[in-house]
Design a protein around this ligand. Sequence first.
Ligand code: PGA
Length: 257
Amino acid sequence: MPKLPSYHLFPTAETASKTLAAEIGELVSSRAAAGQSAVLGLATGSTPIPLYEELVCLHRNGLSFANVTTFNLDEYLGLERKHEESYWHFMHTHLFDHINIPPGNIHIPDGTVADENLQGHCLDFENAIVRAGGIDLQVLGIGRNGHIGFNEPGASPEVRTHVTSLNEVTIADAAESFDGPQNVPARAITMGVGTILDARRVVLLAFGGSKAGIIKRALTPGITSEVPATYLQLHDNVSFFVDADAGAAIEPSSLPE
Ligand code: PGA
């Protein structure tokens, strides 16, 4: 039975990010106390930056990431790791360079893999998730077009990690960082919707007025490939953490208790 994600409205992006960081900190430390690892699925983009700041803060206050394994949602194809817009660069700048995660526990799709090896690379990525025991908590952002990871409008729900072409809205939104749409990579590697739905818990973050319309659609009953975030209605443990601007179009009375 489809089920709407649970909706949590916060006054600011910072308060939402602190709440999620605290949940992640609790997961990581309770697993460590039991001698177990915690497996996190991570996202890039402007949205999770305050979350990563909070996690770095928790680390400075004593939280160890020695037992953490991570899998990133996606990576642009054709960018070297050291490219400033690569997600490898993003994750190291905002998080990994500042915490004690063992480098071997970090998994980010490799945007430099040659075309003939891409299928194998995607399969290896999926297998690594399985070997790690599956993702405990997947962090997501959302595109204005409803994409999750680079699962663009038209994506199907059962697909696993794969190569995809960027949608025009995604390219337009990335154009400024790349100094023009012509410089935005045309393709990316992304976890599939099926990979994301296998995570035991999913928390989607959305901040700012540009996300208000798509948040309203994603929280309206009705699953459609045109809005891949609606596939989250197929999962029974999804929370949306939204700031006041991104939640501006939601009427609380339209949501389930
Ligand atoms: P943003 O991107 O965090 O930069 O808004 C989110 C996304 O496209 O998933």
